[in-house]
Design a protein around this ligand. Structure first.
Ligand SMILES: *Cc1c(COP(=O)(O)O)cnc(C)c1O
Length: 352
């Protein structure tokens, strides 16, 4: 009989956000404003070339990213979403007998990709909905090869600040790769949340992960990347599934980078809505941490599934983490209002 690796059998599958035709989708942290204007036209131009393999070196995209970040292209590796890049980093430095440390709850791909790579996840409980960097540092052993710091953290929306992150990085042994996942960078307050590239860009044991899936509105095309030391990046590139970033994905990402101002404008709209949603929820009596992302976290504990079902029955899809909380993506103003009306009704029903 075919022998499946036991850790894989025990592993829970990734739970994607639900899709119901006609429903308001606030479940997957996507950008609600659709493709960036220049991206759609560029995509129409490149589909004719799809019978050919894409540029495996993603040359144009690497150059555009290098220009954006003020680094040389040899410091960047791309993948089919930053999820693939997470896996690539794990395959580069971990394997059976090694450990990977991260806060929990955090991005649900971390335990899955760690286990698939053959390593052992070490999940360190959050404290006040935030990553407890001291406890994470204390969980590092000589078996640890990689730590993930999701900043801001998905799904709890909180971020760690510069002083704490610097102390954490300074104290980390050289054999541990620190992966700082900045999928929601564009939504974070730059005064409160450090830019890890600016802070640690020159350290050989730090890699920064970014994605086109969120603020750049390209979740469906699958492009992400990491920035790190050239010696490490050369190895990370070997672990990419060949040609995993399609030509449309590469071209769309290049076009999206040129629309940086539109990305910033849209992010500002989302932040305005995030503040409105947060204020209203608090007025209604909900307890929630300040968000540095394009979503908010409602720590509803045992009510999480019932709350999410109540919203789903009324046409709004959220993401529940049963027993823990509910993640609500900030959508268009009218979508957020639809959600707030349901949150108010829930409150009235459960207290009245
Ligand atoms: C959404 C998300 C990503 C990006 O995933 P892609 O594979 O690039 O779509 C990465 N990290 C975190 C924490 C996320 O929430």
């Amino acid at each position: 009989m075919v022998q499946v690796r036991p850790p894989l059998v025990r592993l829970q599958s990734y739970v994607p956000g639900r899709k119901v035709p006609g429903a308001v989708v606030l479940a997957s942290n996507e950008c609600p404003y659709g493709l960036l204007p220049g991206v759609a036209s560029r995509l129409a131009e490149v589909t004719g070339g799809l019978s050919r393999y894409p540029d495996m070196g993603a040359t144009r995209l690497l150059e555009a990213l290098a220009t954006r970040h003020g680094v040389t292209p040899d410091r960047i590796a791309v993948g089919a979403g930053s999820s693939e890049v997470c896996g690539q980093l794990l395959h580069t430095v971990t394997g059976p007998g090694t450990e990977v440390v991260f806060g929990w709850r955090s991005f649900e791909a971390y335990p899955i990709l760690t286990t698939v790579a053959g390593a052992t996840p070490v999940q360190v409980p959050l404290r006040d909905h935030a990553q407890d960097l001291r406890a994470m540092a204390a969980a590092v052993t000589e078996r640890t090869r990689l730590v993930f710091v999701c900043n801001p953290n998905n799904p709890t929306s909180t971020a760690v600040g510069e002083a704490a992150l610097r102390a954490f990085a300074d104290g980390m042994p050289d054999h541990v790769l620190i992966v700082i996942d900045e999928a929601y960078r564009e939504y974070a307050d730059p005064a409160a949340v450090p830019d890890a590239l600016a802070l640690f860009g020159d350290r050989p044991n730090v890699v920064v992960l970014r994605t086109f899936s969120k603020a750049y509105a390209l979740a469906g095309l699958r492009v992400g990347y990491c920035v790190g030391a050239p010696e490490l990046i050369a190895q990370v590139r070997k672990t990419q599934t060949p040609f995993s970033v399609s030509a449309p994905a590469q071209e769309a990402a290049v076009a999206a980078l040129q629309e940086h101002e539109e990305v910033t404008r849209r992010a500002a709209l989302t932040l305005k809505e995030r503040d409105r949603v947060t204020r209203r929820l608090r007025t209604l009596g909900y307890d929630l941490p300040d968000s540095q992302s394009n979503f908010v976290w409602l720590p509803l504990g045992g009510d999480s599934t019932a709350f999410t079902d109540h919203c789903l029955d009324n046409g709004v899809i959220l993401r529940a983490f049963p027993g823990e909380g509910v993640r609500v993506t900030i959508g268009l103003p009218e979508e957020n209002s639809a959600f707030l009306a349901l949150a108010e009704a829930w409150r009235t029903e459960s207290t009245g």
